[in-house]
Each structure stands twice: as C-alpha cells, then as structure tokens.
Design a binder for this molecule. Structure first.
Ligand SMILES: *[C@@H]1O[C@H](CO)[C@@H](O)[C@H](O)[C@H]1NC(C)=O
Ligand SMILES: *[C@@H]1O[C@H](CO)[C@@H](O)[C@H](O)[C@H]1NC(C)=O
Ligand SMILES: *[C@@H]1O[C@H](CO)[C@@H](O)[C@H](O)[C@H]1NC(C)=O
Ligand SMILES: *[C@@H]1O[C@H](CO)[C@@H](O)[C@H](O)[C@H]1NC(C)=O
Ligand SMILES: *[C@@H]1O[C@H](CO)[C@@H](O)[C@H](O)[C@H]1NC(C)=O
Ligand SMILES: *[C@@H]1O[C@H](CO)[C@@H](O)[C@H](O)[C@H]1NC(C)=O
Ligand SMILES: *[C@@H]1O[C@H](CO)[C@@H](O)[C@H](O)[C@H]1NC(C)=O
Ligand SMILES: *[C@@H]1O[C@H](CO)[C@@H](O)[C@H](O)[C@H]1NC(C)=O
Ligand SMILES: *[C@@H]1O[C@H](CO)[C@@H](O)[C@H](O)[C@H]1NC(C)=O
Length: 809
C-alpha cells in the first residue's frame, strides 16, 4: 500500500514536472517564501560567473553545486565581454550564457540572472564596455538619455535572447529571478535627484520587459515596487525588505573575499559562513546566495581594480580550479540539508513558536551557553553558533561543529619533459617610442583609458626637450604626477626608473636625470592594472598621467612645466600589435636562446613549449621568479601575472578564531609570500601534445624558475562525533592509499597534527578504517561504540579522527 502511494506520488511529480515544462512555472512570493507552482520554497543559490571558467568546466561546476545542496546558480551578465564594440556582439565559447543556463536547467537547478548591466564584480570597469566612456554627452549610472538608451538596448537584447530560448521560468525555463542595476543604493546619494529618477526608470524599464518572474534590486532600500530589494554582506539577519510583502533575500553572502596585488589570502571559516546562513534563515530569510560559490579566474585583462589579482578564488566552496574546498563545501552541504528538513516547521516565521525554538542561537562572541530547552533538558550551545534540533535533545546540526572532511592539496611537477622548460626570448620592439615617435599628438597630457579605450594596459607619453645652455643641464629632476597605476620612465632611450602606488592609487615619480645639449627625448610608459569597478562616479576616476603635471626641476627650484608641451602618443606595445603572444605570429620577431644576459631584462618576451600534464588534475603555472606582465598558452591569455608583488607579513597567525564578526583582514594567510604565485591553465587551453607558453615581462624576471604543475589532492582528514557518519573522499579519480592516523575516543589536534588523547583506541580503529577505505575513491563509517567493540559507558562523547592519504602516482 505504501509502495503504491509512493509510485502515485512519483507519477504525480512527473506530471507536474511536465506541466511546468510545457506551460511554464508560476514564480510568485509572499513575505515568507518563494512560491513556485504553488509550492512554498526556500532557495540555496551560489554565484558561478560563466566567464571566470571555461565551457568545459561548466558541467562539473554545476554538478558540484548541485551535490553541495544548491537549488540555483546565480550569475551576472558581462556587458563588456558581450558587446566589446558597439553593436558587435560576442556570445561564443565561455560567453555563451544561453548554453550555460541550459546546462543548469538540465542539471535540475534554477538560475538567478543578475543582468546589471553594471555588475561591479571586481571586473574591469564594473562590466561596462569602455566605448561607453567616450560617447558624447554620456554620464553612466544616472538619469542620462545617452546612457539609458545603451543600457536599455543591451538589457532588452539579453532578455530577448532568454525569451527566444524559453529560459524564463514563466516559459518553463530555469530563470526564477532577475536583477536590474546593482548595489546602486550604496552610492546613490552623490547622484542626487538624478539618481532617484534613474532608479525609478530602471524599475519601469525592467518591468516593461514582461519576463513573468520577479525583478530584484540589491542594496536598494527604496526599491520602486514591485521590485524586491535584497541584501548583500557578511550577515543579513537584521535586514528587512522595504515592502512587508517582499521575501527576505540575501543576494550576496560573501563566503570569503577578493584579493588585490599585495594582499594576503583571505579566509572565512566554514563555521562563520554557516552561522551567517543559519541566522539568516532563523530570522525569516528565504533565499541565500553564496558570493562566490566558485570564484574562478580573471582571464585576459578582465580583472577589475585597480589591482585585482588574476585569481578570483574568493575562498569559495569550490576553489579557483573547481576542486571542493573542504571542509567548507561539505559543512555547507550539511547545513542546507538540515535547514531544508522541516524548514517550514522550524524556520518559517509563520511556524508555531514551539517548533521554532528547535533552532537555537548563541550570538555571543566569546561565551558558550547552556540553554534550557523547553524547560526539561539543558543543551550546550557553543559561542557564535546556531543549532538545529530534532526534539529537545537531538542535535541535527551545529554551525560551529565541523564534521566534514578537510582536504589538503599540493602542487606537483609530475612530467619529466616539463622538468625544465627551455626558453627563448625577444625584446619588445621600442625603437619608435624610445625616440619619441608615436601615432598621434596633443598639447596636453591625456587621460589614459579615454585615449586607449582600454584596448591595451599600455599608453606611451613622449615629448622632446631642448637644452641650449650648459647651466640648464645642472641638477635636474624629472617629476611626474600620475593618477596611476604603474609608470616606467626613459630619457634619451635609457631607462631611469619605475614606480607604482599601493592599491593602484595616484603617486609622484621623482628622479634626478641628466640631459644633453640639444634635443632630449622623454618617454613615459604608463600601465593600468584593471580599471576601477566600484564607487559613485567610479567610471570617471582618471587613469594615466592625465594632466600631470610633469615638471623639470632645476637648480634653485627653477621649474619647467612640460604638461602642455607637444606630446606624442602610442597605444599599446608593438609586440601586442604584432601578436607575438600568438604562436602563429610569434615568428614576426627574432627569438634568441635564453642566456645570462637575458635574465632580468624588462620589456621582454619569453617563449617555451611544454607537454600537457597527463591525468585530469588542474594545471597551474608556477610563476615564481617573474616580475609583472601577462601570460598566454597557445595564444590564449591566462591573465596578468605579478608574483614579485609580495604580501606583507604582518597579521597572519597560526590560529584563526571563527567566533565574532568576520572582516577581510581576519584569518588571512600567505604572509610574506607572493600575493599570487600560481596561475590556472584550464585544460581546454592545452592540446594533446605540445603547447606554447609565451610571457611578456614588463619589469624583469627569471623564467628559469617558471614551471608547469598540477594541483593534486594529498592528505584528507575526517573528524566526526559518535552517532554521525565520517565520510572521506579523494577527488579527481584518486583513491585512498594509506591511513596515517585513526583514533576513536578523545583524539586531539587537527588535520596534519592529530594525536591520541587521554582515552582512545587506535590500533583496532586503524584496522577497521583501513578495511573500509583503502583502495576506495570514498568511504563512510557510521561511528558507534559497537563498531569499535567498546562499551558506551566507558567512552562518553567519543569521536573518530582519521587522516588518510590519496594516491598520486
Ligand atoms: C501564480 O501564483 C499566484 C499565487 O500562487 C497567483 O496569485 C497567480 O494568479 C498565479 N499566476 C498565474 C499566471 O497562474
Ligand atoms: C634656449 O632655449 C630656450 C627655451 O627653449 C629659449 O627660450 C631660448 O631662446 C634659447 N636660447 C638660445 C640662445 O637659443
Ligand atoms: C647641485 O646640487 C647640489 C646639492 O643640492 C649642490 O651641492 C650643487 O652645488 C649643485 N650644483 C650646481 C652646479 O648648482
Ligand atoms: C623646492 O621646492 C620644494 C617644493 O615646492 C620645496 O619643498 C623645497 O624646499 C624647495 N627647495 C629650495 C632649495 O627652494
Ligand atoms: C610565420 O608563420 C606562419 C605560419 O606558421 C606563416 O604563414 C608566415 O609566413 C610566417 N611569417 C614569417 C614572417 O615567417
Ligand atoms: C609561504 O609559502 C610557502 C611555500 O608555498 C609556504 O610553505 C608558507 O607556509 C607560506 N607562508 C605563509 C605565511 O603562508
Ligand atoms: C616580515 O617583515 C619584517 C618587517 O617588514 C621583516 O623584517 C621580516 O624579515 C619579514 N619576515 C619574513 C619571514 O618575510
Ligand atoms: C597545439 O600546440 C602546438 C604548439 O603551440 C600548435 O602548433 C598547435 O597548433 C596546437 N594545436 C591546437 C589544436 O591548438
Ligand atoms: C564513491 O565512489 C564510488 C566508486 O568507487 C562512486 O561510484 C560513488 O559515486 C562515490 N560516491 C561519492 C559520494 O563520491
């Protein structure tokens, strides 16, 4: 009878699925739920930005998101990538967001589409194409007709593409929510009345597109109705939407943080992320989106700034390469399952008070608490934690108790052929610019991104100075006031120095120089390192030497202002124009074998070949020894590199306390090391045989230290309490080859340094764990005293700790 009922239910579910597929899903909401086809739901969602990985990586990332208990995947739409030139669109390769959404739907997940089209996202220029900047009369993100026309044209195009592919839930597709604008409320005040007019226009424009699902705006406390305003931050439990009928949604729960050149590695603990999520649902939240679930890589010149690194790992549940970042991924997976089990009874604000007490909060940063559950049972609640209980004595989950496995990865140089790369080099051709020849001239110092339209990081500024008296040659100093981000200076073809500000800020370059009688050439190369992506009027913040001033300061402070000299300009490098980074065209210059003289040269191209590492582990380029520049594999950019930029070594510590409010300076790692030493080479960038690696080195480095490596899982650990299940899994096809430590009882320490405690059983435990795990890709052990043939009385509150090794031969 029961079986029959189950089959009927299954049948009914299938019919409903078909119905929804055939005629579309009705997405609505009230203050306590998202309602999809009449079913009241909560949603766990995660940000995975399609251009930050490759098409080939998408299916695996989506599957891991699903396995991690997500219902939806969120992404922005990246305008600058899709419309690099006005009305010339690109939706190919990893920009094929339609295919991405279809894959998400095939996996059975929803999509939250945040069009923006301003996206911030630590993405170059916040996702705006640079051609917008130079349109006559334009002002971005305000009540400006030129801008609004462009925004509407692009937004409409994206919406129409989705409609054509039947991707909105109302059409049977996966998209359940769409966002217009992005965190405008954070910066709105300086835009004045025009800002208010603009945000109302955004709302009307979006609504007029008739997509049949709700629109949202994040960080917009005055969101025009019916648009739902949502919250971004580390914690959003105190957030209330501006309309009492709107559901409470957390569009960006920052699971870690982004990194700038010179920064340490951010780390937000699994305990604290889980705490934030549980508190949010406990206070009536119904959608939580992890920003990021997979951060990925800023390929090419897509990183924002200034100074955002190429890696956008974010300490997300899936690391930059797509590996599970454990224990974070597993801990959140368990959290999702426990919040979903009986959500409506335990969490919903409409639930009866007695059942809602089955979620217990201790928001104290320091002190554990004993709470009296319904007056009949005392319950221990660690500081800064939320417990989800089943009845008054059984804990289903506590945010501060991490039982999922820890995984430690290491980098490995595993192919003999790649042990030592053999390098060739070629100078960047600079004859023209060092002699002052450009392609256009002006009697002023130009703003950089306006002049380059960001077609390159580089802009050359060149001028001539005549000296006709020897006295004018004495004790000269060149002073360049620049808005950043990086400056290299040459006088009469000789290099005199380089400089950059911290975080890509403005700075003053000052250097004693020597001129000669007659004509002298001053050549300045200014480089941007990711255009600003956030703040009021961020788009107008100048870059490059922009007005300078540039002075020659002589004896007695006699200064000559060179700012309105006749300046020659050239956009980009000759090597870029010749495409020396592309193996097809790299023969456009003469390459020589690397020798001592060519090591440490600035403005130099380096070329080597390497064999694709076997297996499926992610591949990285160890750029130790290099300075700053950009790297390409088979002509495809893997991003800017700057391993010579060292993170300061203060404020790292061995311990990291999950308790208390998180901020990005807390629990940082990698002090005193390269801010980013390893660079992801997606496997799809490589071919079956030999690959060509080309580097452009701007400030000098030693390519002999560069190597191709794989990221391999090494040690894995589990540490779980009696009554639960300890699960271990090697990723990427590896199997458990050795149990290095196993103890049941009161083992102490953490992964890498477990020790026996006062009471424990190690020998027989090791045998049992070995039996269950050796040679397996994964194994699980239900922890009970019986298994270890012990009486429960002797070992109260026992746990099992295991450290194992995954094979890597
Ligand atoms: C969608 O569902 C809501 C509430 O469940 C209901 O009020 C509305 O009429 C439905 N819309 C359609 C088109 O079925
Ligand atoms: C020297 O150069 C300065 C500035 O270029 C000019 O004003 C002056 O007339 C020149 N003197 C001679 C003797 O050529
Ligand atoms: C150049 O500057 C130095 C130090 O400021 C000073 O001692 C020297 O006399 C100056 N030379 C001339 C020719 O003025
Ligand atoms: C030269 O000018 C700078 C800045 O205006 C000032 O700090 C410095 O004292 C001056 N030096 C002399 C010798 O006048
Ligand atoms: C460079 O190589 C390409 C093909 O590999 C060839 O078509 C082209 O003629 C070569 N150019 C030069 C200058 O050798
Ligand atoms: C610096 O890097 C080395 C090598 O990767 C590593 O062993 C060390 O732990 C790092 N230092 C810090 C403070 O993270
Ligand atoms: C850390 O920084 C201090 C001061 O900058 C320096 O003296 C010390 O050598 C550095 N230590 C390491 C390990 O880099
Ligand atoms: C593989 O790499 C080699 C060396 O760069 C290149 O000649 C060849 O065209 C590449 N093949 C593909 C399919 O990219
Ligand atoms: C465990 O490994 C087996 C193969 O050994 C595989 O079929 C299964 O999917 C794995 N389970 C998990 C949860 O990884």
């Amino acid at each position: 009878m029961f079986k029959l009922f189950q089959w009927l239910l299954l049948d009914l579910a299938a019919t409903l699925a078909c119905l929804s597929f055939c005629i579309g899903n009705n997405v609505s909401y009230d203050s306590n739920a998202i309602i999809i086809n009449g079913e009241r739901r909560i949603i766990f969602s995660g940000s995975i930005h399609y251009p930050r990985s490759t098409e080939e990586m998408w299916p695996d990332l989506i599957q891991k998101a699903k396995d991690g208990g997500l219902d939806a995947i969120e992404t922005y739409i990246f305008w600058d990538r899709h419309e690099p030139h006005r009305r010339k669109y690109d939706f190919s390769g990893h920009l094929n967001f339609i295919k991405y959404f279809q894959l998400i739907q095939e996996a059975g997940l929803y999509v939250v589409m945040r069009i923006g089209p301003y996206v911030c996202a630590e993405w170059n220029y916040g996702g705006f194409p640079l051609w917008l900047h130079n349109m006559p009369g334009i002002q971005l993100r305000t009540n400006n007709q030129v801008y609004k026309n462009e925004m509407q044209t692009f937004t409409t195009k994206i919406v129409n593409m989705c409609k054509q592919a039947n991707l909105f839930a109302s059409q049977g597709g996966p998209i359940i929510l769409a966002q217009i604008e992005n965190e405008y409320g954070n910066v709105m005040t300086p835009y004045g009345e025009a800002g208010k007019t603009y945000i109302n226009w955004c709302a009307q424009m979006a609504e007029s597109l008739n997509i049949g699902i709700p629109w949202i705006m994040c960080q917009q406390s005055d969101a025009p109705q019916p648009i739902i305003n949502t919250c971004n931050g580390f914690y959003c439990d105190n957030f209330t939407p501006n309309n009492p009928n709107s559901p409470k949604m957390f569009t960006e729960n920052w699971v870690g943080w982004f990194k700038k050149w010179g920064d340490k590695d951010p780390h937000r603990t699994a305990e604290d992320v889980a705490f934030s999520v549980a508190r949010f649902f406990q206070s009536g939240g119904i959608l939580n989106n992890y920003y990021m679930y997979h951060g990925g890589t800023n390929f090419g010149r897509t990183s924002g700034g200034p100074f955002i690194t190429t890696s956008y790992d974010y300490d997300a549940p899936l690391d930059e390469y797509g590996n599970l970042n454990q224990p974070k991924w597993g801990h959140l997976k368990q959290l999702h399952a426990s919040i979903k089990s009986n959500w409506e009874r335990r969490f919903s604000l409409t639930a009866p008070a007695q059942t809602r007490t089955l979620v217990a909060l201790n928001a104290d940063e320091n002190n554990d608490a004993i709470v009296d559950m319904l007056g009949d049972r005392k319950y221990f609640l660690p500081a800064w934690s939320v417990s989800i209980l089943d009845g008054c004595n059984k804990e289903i989950f506590n945010t501060a108790k991490v039982s999922s496995q820890t995984s430690l990865f290491f980098k490995k140089q595993n192919e003999k052929e790649n042990a030592k790369l053999s390098w060739n080099w070629a100078s960047e051709p600079m004859r023209d610019t060092l002699q002052g020849y450009g392609t256009f001239k002006a009697n002023l110092l130009l703003e950089q991104k306006g002049a380059t339209i960001d077609s390159s990081d580089y802009l050359w500024y060149m001028t001539n100075v005549n000296s006709n008296t020897t006295s004018s040659l004495q004790n000269l100093t060149l002073q360049v006031n620049t808005k950043g981000h990086v400056l290299h200076a040459f006088i009469n073809r000789r290099y005199i120095g380089s400089q950059w500000g911290s975080n890509g800020q403005s700075f003053v370059f000052e250097k004693p120089i020597q001129l000669k009688l007659g004509t002298n050439t001053i050549t300045l190369l200014s480089a941007t390192v990711g255009l600003k992506n956030y703040d009021a009027f961020y788009d107008t913040v100048p870059t490059g030497i922009d007005g300078g001033p540039i002075y020659l300061i002589g004896d007695g402070n006699v200064t000559t202002d060179l700012s309105s000299n006749l300046w020659s300009y050239k956009v980009g490098l000759n090597g870029e124009r010749k495409q020396l980074y592309n193996p097809m065209f790299s023969n456009r210059t003469k390459w020589s074998t690397l020798n001592k003289k060519s090591i440490g040269r600035r403005m130099t191209w380096f070329k080597a070949t390497f064999k694709t590492p076997s297996g499926t582990d992610p591949v990285v380029l160890d750029m130790q020894g290099m300075g700053k520049g950009q790297a390409w594999v088979n002509g495809r950019s893997i991003g800017r590199f700057w391993p010579s930029f060292i993170a300061s070594n203060d404020s790292c510590s061995e311990t990291c306390d999950y308790k208390g409010s998180y901020n990005p300076n807390k629990c940082v790692r990698n002090c005193g090391n390269s801010s980013q030493r390893w660079y992801h080479i997606p496997r799809s960038f490589m071919n079956d045989s030999i690959n060509t690696l080309i580097l452009f080195e701007e400030i000098g480095g030693n390519p002999q230290m560069v190597s191709v490596q794989t990221i391999t899982i090494g040690t894995i650990c589990g540490n779980a309490n009696e009554g639960s299940t300890l699960e271990l899994s090697c990723q990427g096809g590896h199997v458990i080859s050795e149990i290095q430590f196993a103890s049941y009882g009161h083992p102490e320490g953490k992964c890498g340094s477990f020790q026996s405690g006062l009471w424990d059983v190690t020998k027989s435990t090791t045998i049992i764990v070995e039996k269950a795990c050796i040679g397996m890709k994964n194994c699980s052990i239900d922890i009970s005293p019986n298994l270890f043939k012990l009486s429960k009385v002797a070992y109260p509150y026992a746990k099992l700790a295991v450290q194992a090794l995954c094979s890597h031969d």
